[in-house]
Design a binder for this molecule. Structure first.
Ligand code: UDX
Length: 458
């Protein structure tokens, strides 16, 4: 099949490369000349484990190429995927669809013969209908169908998520498109092909509903973590006991500083807005959004509480900046709010992340960038672990302690083993359980005072 992928970002590049690996002829298009030139030179502009090899192999096989021009590739294409960004509109939190509609018009103008336009980007329910209206009214002579095929790729695991999907959702309202989409994905050659066909609007909502539910599930265990600290329970054990129930499942029950990334924050907000527009407010998701935003801020105050209530003039080390491990993505990362609170409190903040340092420079304030965890620990009054990169799980603890001015470690991902840390003389502040080390007798101030509670929806 001849496929064009419009947008060569996290979703477009992975989807395009993996579709080429299925044997299709794929052209990834992007308006950024720099990005296209980098890709044509064999450089991959995003951090995604395994992607570089998939791209290299399929470029070498002649199945994958990159272009700044979409006219030629679209004219020859059977299917054109739209994988451009749909960021939150700052003014009202709705998804900004300007890039989607611009791409749709350019595709229609260039299309020849029957062409399926596939929305791969996460788009609000009804976007496919609007694109179809544009085609019908502005390009009546073109034979184009519109299909929804939302992505369910996790950054850092995107290639395996593409190759072994739990489901491939296809929202199609006509037979020709359905058959073409089946042909595209049949090549996955999975025993149980998880192709799920439904109406287009249903497919669009499945994406939002899935992300909103996962975000709510994470927020649920984060609230349980706070309660555990008061009750003297252990949130990791609560999560394990819950997850043994197959109806609940053990995934996405890891308590942390709040969810970040380019999807959950944006998609939960967009879904809330859509529901409000239809006068069917989603109170559960509205609350999820508010709790999550406040939690990220509260984590900074948690570090301050662990430093006798003030970090003014103190050196605080931050391990991990990206919104999750195995990515370089800083979008909505909890570290941003945490570091802002520490800087506002007068701390001297030193940071390290295995992959996110360059992206962090664009969003963090006056922090000091160090080359590794041990430099971050040098003279530190406290260290806070924000992102659970594997390399932080095997640190030389005696060396770390010797480097620190005071051995206080605030672990926001429960990466460290309490017994081990206490054995090495650390004062460990875990998440969702009462600190056992010789921790200054002070309740952890992480409840959000009413005057500080921020609700992005009000
Ligand atoms: C998510 C969805 O998982 C994916 O299906 C969708 O296509 C895109 O959005 P992604 O944002 O890449 O993927 O990362 P994900 O692994 O879902 O984590 C999102 C956030 O939730 C991260 O900040 C992560 O730290 C946090 N998280 C995740 C938790 O705090 N606890 C968990 O148990 C899982």
């Amino acid at each position: 099949m001849r496929i064009v992928m419009i947008g060569s970002g996290y979703v477009g590049l992975v989807s395009g490369a993996c579709l080429a690996a299925l044997g299709h002829d794929v052209v990834c298009v992007d308006k950024s000349r720099d990005k296209i030139e980098a890709l044509q030179a064999g450089k991959v502009p995003i951090y995604e484990p395994g992607l570089e090899m998939v791209i290299a192999d399929n470029c070498a096989a002649g199945r994958l190429s990159f272009s700044g021009d979409l006219v030629g590739p679209v004219a020859a294409a059977d299917a054109v995927f739209i994988a451009v960004g749909t960021p939150s509109r700052l003014v009202d939190g709705h998804a900004d669809l300007s890039h989607v509609y611009a791409a749709a018009r350019e595709i229609a103008a260039a299309a020849t013969g029957f062409t399926v336009v596939v929305t791969k980007s996460t788009v609000p329910v009804g976007t496919g209908d609007e694109i179809e209206r544009i085609f019908r009214e502005e390009f009546p002579q073109k034979d184009i169908a519109v299909v929804s095929n939302p992505e369910f790729l996790r950054e850092g695991a995107a290639i395996s998520d593409f190759r072994r999907p739990d489901r491939i959702v296809v929202g199609s309202d006509d037979e020709r498109s359905t058959e073409l989409m089946r042909d595209i994905y049949e090549a996955l050659d999975l025993k149980e092909m998880p192709l799920y066909f439904c109406e287009r609007r249903t497919a669009e909502l499945i994406k939002y509903a899935s992300n909103a539910f996962l975000a709510m599930k994470i927020t649920f265990i984060n609230e349980m973590a706070d309660l555990c600290e008061e009750l003297g329970a252990d949130v990791q054990k609560v999560a394990k006991g819950m997850g043994m129930d197959r109806r609940i499942g053990d995934k996405f029950l890891q308590a942390g500083p709040g969810f970040g990334g380019s999807c959950f924050p944006k998609d939960t907000l967009a879904l809330v807005k859509t529901a409000q527009d239809y006068d069917r407010p989603l109170k559960l998701i509205e609350t999820t959004v508010a709790i999550n935003e406040n939690r990220k801020r509260a984590m900074g105050r948690r570090v301050i509480a662990a430093c006798d209530g003030s970090v003014r003039g103190k050196r605080i080390g931050v391990l991990g900046l990206t919104f999750k491990p195995n990515t370089d993505d800083m979008r909505e990362a909890p570290s941003i709010a945490i570091i802002r609170t520490l800087l506002d409190g007068g701390a001297d903040v030193h940071v390290y992340d295995p992959a996110g340092m360059e992206a962090a420079r664009a969003v963090l304030g006056a922090v000091k960038y160090r080359r590794n965890a041990y430099e971050v620990a040098e003279g530190a009054d406290a260290i806070v672990l924000v992102t659970e990169w594997d390399q932080f799980k095997s640190l030389d603890l005696p060396r770390l302690k010797d480097l620190m001015k005071s051995p206080v470690v605030v672990d926001l991902r429960n990466v460290f083993d309490e017994d081990e840390m206490i054995g090495h003389g650390f004062q460990l502040v875990p998440l969702g359980k009462r600190p056992r080390s010789a921790y200054p007798a002070r309740t952890l101030f992480h409840a959000v005072p009413p005057e500080l509670a921020w609700n992005p929806l009000l």
